[in-house]
Design a protein around this ligand. Sequence first.
Ligand code: NA7
Length: 498
Amino acid sequence: MSNSSSNGEGNGLRTIIIGAGMAGLLAGIKLKERGENDFTIYEKNDGVGGTWKENTYPGLACDVPAHAYTYSFAYNPEWSSFLAPGPEIREYFEDMVERYGLENHIRFNSEIDTCEWRGGQWHIRTKDGHEDVGQVLVAATGVLHHPNFPKIEGLDDFAGPSFHSARWDHSVQLDGKRIGVIGTGSTGVQIVGALAGRASKLIQFQRTAQYIMSRPGVAYTEEDKRAFREDPSKIEMIRDNPRSAEFRNLFLEAILKPESTALDDLEAMLIQNLEESVKDPVLLEKLRPNYRAACKRLIFSNNYYEAVQHPDVEIETGAIERIEPEGVRLKDGTLVELDVLVLATGFKADQFVRPMTITGEGGMDLEELWSQTPRAYYAVTVPNFPNMVLLNGPSGPVGNFSLIDVAEAQWNYFDQLIEPVRKGECLGIAPTMEALDAYDVRRKEAAAKTVWASGCKSWYIGDDGLPQVWSWSMDHFWDVMSKPKFDDYELFEAIAAE
Ligand code: NA7
């Protein structure tokens, strides 16, 4: 077995990190900060950035304010606007690689196939046969990276170019074309916002109307950037902005207590945005959602309602029957003729580390443990999978918050959790099954009460019909992540004291 990726400089544990997106790079930076250099980040793509590398569609932007979607230890005064465009975020992560000297730790074009806990170590193997061994496994694979191709008959029959939003084909000429976009999630909304006026006809196929929250896309001037450079407290003001905090609290209350007036208030705010923005009464009714606000992930946009009122843009609410070479055939028999077809149909959000095969203590297969639905103790660790952490894993807070803050808190938790292994008190540490089961009971109980479970379809809902996301307050999350409860953990192969 080759262990060629080992940098051999470590004084601690060897760590294998899966994924060079936001969370995987974070793990690398944090290890370096501790003076631990014995780690390798395996990345299936040929560059860093994860979702910000894979998604390149027109209009791609983060809906969390740029200064909040930034590592807490690496502010970026240079963000071009309040909401950063996707390519800029990818560049930020590329800069982080350089700034923290991660280049030699990343193995690109290396997709891990299997991870096996054997003899107190994680043995991994990539698709191209490379093998490696380490004591710690960091699964930073992201949540939304397996494109969901809709089950629509004839999808392959379309004569023109057709692609998923996360696999944008930049060789395709868009200007002056008849473009169809299936889907009205954040992605479909951003694409339509960007393409309105460029296509000769832009038709968005809407199965479900969305609530849209307006959010200004203010561009920062050179003066703003200088101020951010000179006075980081200006950045902090955006991160802790009391007005956003006020909205966050209203939003959280609405999610966690759908019977509260907070949800009515939120809904009223969103409907007001719709009614004030859209003039044509027919279009307005097409865009009026028929479910509770925030049941689906809230969409932030400053240009969507303007875009859908562009004379060349159309919202098609007729159900799709099938795709034909010339375009989309609706159930009522109408053929919507198209030159380009974009599938903004989302992701398989229940995949996490799949399709890797991960085998834990005693040959336990993660797939088996997850046969009903992906589970992890407080979203981070899994019984019988020692020294393994999931960053932004199942049941974590993924809804409308900065996932960077979430990953940083999860890393801080794991960093403390792994201490007994670092000290040589044991070879491995993992939560007990009882602890996971008890957590799951609490989680399901809380999840069933949230607005996410109020009857709409969304990527938050798991196979068990319940939301797969953090269903308590964020304060509870920060609190739980601040310190591991070691009583809920078991140690593997403890080394007897001399
Ligand atoms: P989403 O939010 O999962 O949206 C997918 C969209 O695709 C949604 O409007 C779906 O309609 C639609 N869809 C999916 N399958 C079909 C079929 N078969 N027919 C018609 N319409 C379909 O994915 P996004 O990529 O937009 O956003 C994902 C996350 O990325 C987002 O929340 C941010 O966190 C960033 P539906 O609403 O189910 O009726």
